[in-house]
Design a binder for this molecule. Structure first.
Ligand code: 3H9
Length: 703
């Protein structure tokens, strides 16, 4: 073995040269790897004994792409494009042998090779769009040349990963070979030599792009469809423009244009935000303050108490991850209703084509039903998802503790109750934890893992691990009214009510946040969930909202009653302006003596978002959230905050904390008595020091 540098080495096996990357944890294409690839390929080309080169990677994966930690830093040659060009120009054919994941730049490297083989478990894809950039190291030029521009566009726009089988069917790879990746590469290389196979560099192929060049109408139609509704994001249009260059522009010119376009995206705030979220998701898995080694308990069976919409959604999440789950409700009727609702959801997915009929059957087979809570015994985790009645929840947990073995995780899906009060009935409170799912629980990614005062490390880590296993993004929260997300949302709701009182129509309120990038406005969401939900919370808290309450008093409870803030035609969920509500708003504003005035969209956005950011700062001060980035994940995954702005705390840093403090003071000035608009001490302090939430987080983590 010859070491080229600390990341790349070469070996010879008979007449095959091995070019090996070994750069843990994921063989990202750091400067050392790029340099090693160029020098290693040159060394093997100079070796007269070598006829074919196999490029493979050590460790758990082929290559996770460009080294994201290098983005935003000064560029070092060779660039990834240049390293790939060197491989493609190799006088001896190179076979890329893929295992684990070949993602982004990792797949682009493989596309620069002359042949590609993969072990059956390998996955590949170009996920750059999820980082706000596009595969600018040739992925947008080479993938269309082997699978056609339309298929390439679909894969790159979705950032979707495909299996080795799908890659073979599409023509991304030449063969799927069982066994160790290096052996697979060597076996294929031996055949290349024996059969004297000639190799055409992908850049020189035109057979799959000729048809689109002659008639781009299918490509144009697809591009229009795939960018629809994404006009606020910069990367999708850049992907389309770049893939279009694959059939309109000579490749070297196209690659140069790609470099310039990608550099611009990479330097912009959208890509910065998306890269930040990539690391934030990994950081969120770490729970501060727990003993160094805590092993999550193995969850082989789960049970859910309560077969309502929430319980059913949670059960569906377990079934989707292949975990057998028992759904338990008090009566056979409630149970059957719950199971029928699940079946109905699956049937809709099958009709839409998003779920195969066999997968539906497999998932249904994993969901069993029972009416006796004692049948939860034998499950490794039991999640209670009954309605928000503290006495009932306590009774359920007392019984569960009696019937389940010590060590069974007992979790409550409460969104509104004090988890310490629920846990107070338990003799083993260390086994108890809150697991707050978001509706629809089978779809929404957010899971708040709520730590009660006595929740044990294993219960917390098991909830986090099981959450990830069932496809959620778990975030740790301390115990307080509303936990992280709903506590912050309450501050926005108060401002929404005030905007209505100032004479702004519901569609203008929602329009402002939609223009910011939220998929739905808060009032349309309230109509969808049912206005009685917030009404009962306001009554409990003693915080009346004159307009919202008046709407509820008239029996207008949202979509389910045909009108709420908006009107709805029968069987149509499209919100239509509601003149009756607009009249009601005028009447109540007049009674309250509020002078209606024009409010710009920018001001509405600030009025709705800055108070919730302020509450986020309080949540950090109190240690309810571990990190500012955890708060961002809550909003991105549970409340539709547009990903490309990074979440509320990242966005606050981008806007500048002094501006936020100033605007909060302005709003407090025209909203007397609203104490929550007073800038939080942490926010005021960071703003005064010219600091940011990101810097605060870095210092807190280092401490
Ligand atoms: C790109 O390629 C651009 C090009 O087109 C060129 C344009 C000009 N860089 O996820 P894990 C770290 S853009 C740096 O927990 P898993 C990660 O932070 C790139 N670091 O493991 C973590 O660190 P820590 C396109 C990276 O087994 C550790 O590795 N590629 C990178 O669950 C383990 O990661 C992508 O977007 C990276 N590229 O999943 C793929 N990737 O231990 C990104 C990972 O300190 N990566 N790290 O927390 C992934 O999707 C997953 O990491 C992967 C492994 C599936 C590979």
């Amino acid at each position: 073995m010859s070491l080229i540098n600390n990341a790349v080495s070469t070996e010879t096996r008979g007449d095959v040269g091995l070019l090996l990357i070994d750069s843990p944890p994921v063989n990202a294409l750091s400067h050392a790897v790029r340099e090693g690839l160029v020098q290693g390929a040159a060394a093997l080309n100079d070796d007269p004994a070598v006829k074919v080169i196999v490029l493979a990677c050590r460790g758990r994966t082929f290559c996770a792409g460009a080294d994201i930690t290098e983005f935003g830093k000064p560029k070092r040659e060779p660039s990834l494009q240049a390293a790939i060009a060197a491989l493609e120009a190799s006088g001896k054919p190179i076979v890329a042998a893929l295992h684990g994941a070949a993602l982004g730049g990792g797949l682009e490297v493989a596309l620069g090779c002359h042949f590609r083989v993969a072990v059956p478990s390998a996955r590949m894809g170009l996920p750059e769009i999820t980082l706000g950039i596009f595969p600018g190291a040739g992925g947008t030029q080479r993938l269309p040349r082997i699978i056609g521009p339309e298929k390439a566009l679909e894969l790159i726009m979705a950032g979707r990963q495909i299996s080795a089988r799908e890659a073979l069917a599409l023509g991304v790879i030449d063969e799927v070979i069982e066994g160790e990746p290096i052996d697979a590469g060597l076996a294929f290389a031996a055949r290349v030599i024996a059969e004297g196979r000639s190799a055409t560099a992908v850049r020189d192929r035109t057979d799959r792009i000729d048809a689109t060049r002659a008639d781009p109408s299918a490509f144009d139609g697809l591009a229009e469809k795939l960018t629809r509704g994404r006009s606020l994001e910069l990367a999708p249009a850049a992907v389309v423009a770049s893939v279009r260059r694959s059939f309109t522009t000579p490749i070297d010119e196209a690659l140069a244009a790609d470099t310039a376009a990608n550099a611009e995206l990479m330097a912009g705030s959208q890509s910065r935000a998306l890269r930040y979220l990539f690391f934030a998701e990994r950081e969120a898995a770490k729970v501060a303050g727990l003993p160094a080694v805590v092993v999550a308990r193995d969850v082989k069976h789960a049970a859910v108490i309560g077969a309502g919409t929430m319980g059913g959604g949670i059960a569906m999440s377990f079934a989707a991850a292949g975990v057998p789950v028992k759904l338990i409700d008090a009566t056979d009727e409630a149970l059957q209703r719950g199971i029928e609702r699940i079946r109905g959801n699956y049937e809709t997915s099958v009709k839409r084509g998003s779920l195969a009929a066999e997968a539906m059957a497999q998932r249904l087979a994993l969901i069993s039903g029972a009416t006796d809570r004692s049948t939860a015994a034998g499950s490794d985790i039991v999640i209670e998802a009954v309605f928000e009645d503290e006495a009932l929840k306590r009774e359920i947990f007392a019984e569960l503790e009696r019937v389940c073995a010590p060590g069974t995780i007992l979790a409550s899906n409460t969104s509104a109750l004090d988890v310490d009060a629920i846990a107070s009935v338990l003799e083993r409170p260390e086994d108890f934890v809150g697991m707050h799912f978001f509706a629809p629980a089978n779809v929404m990614k957010l899971l708040e893992v709520v730590c009660a005062a006595k929740s044990g490390p294993e219960a917390i880590m098991t909830a986090m691990a099981v959450g990830r296993r069932i496809g959620k993004v778990p975030v740790v929260s301390g115990n307080c009214d509303g936990f992280i997300g709903n506590r912050m949302v309450a501050k926005r709701s108060a401002q929404v009510e005030l905007l209505l009182q100032k004479g702004v129509a519901p569609q203008a309120v929602d329009g402002a946040l939609k223009a910011f990038g939220f998929p739905m406005g808060p009032l349309a969401i309230n109509d969808m969930s049912g206005l009685d939900v917030g009404w009962s919370i306001r009554k409990r808290r003693g915080t009346p909202f004159p307009i919202a309450d008046a709407i509820c008093e008239r029996g207008w409870l949202g979509q389910k009653t045909g009108q709420g803030y908006y009107k709805y035609a029968p069987d149509d969920r499209t919100p239509q302006p509601n003149p009756e509500v607009e009249q009601l708003i005028r009447e109540i504003s007049a009674q309250l003596g509020v002078e209606p005035r024009e409010i710009s969209q920018a001001e509405m956005v600030e009025r709705m978002l800055f108070p919730l950011i302020n509450e986020g700062a309080r949540i950090l001060e109190e240690g309810i959230a571990q990190r500012a980035s955890d708060i961002d994940l809550v909003w991105i995954n549970g409340y539709g905050w547009p990903r490309w702005t990074g979440g509320p705390m990242f966005y606050a840093d981008e806007v500048g904390l002094p501006h936020i403090v100033k605007r909060l003071e302005d709003f407090a000035g025209d909203t007397p008595g609203n104490a929550s608009l007073k800038p939080a001490a942490l926010l005021a302090d960071l703003a005064a020091r010219g600091s940011t939430f990101a810097e605060w987080q870095k210092t807190a983590q280092a401490a």
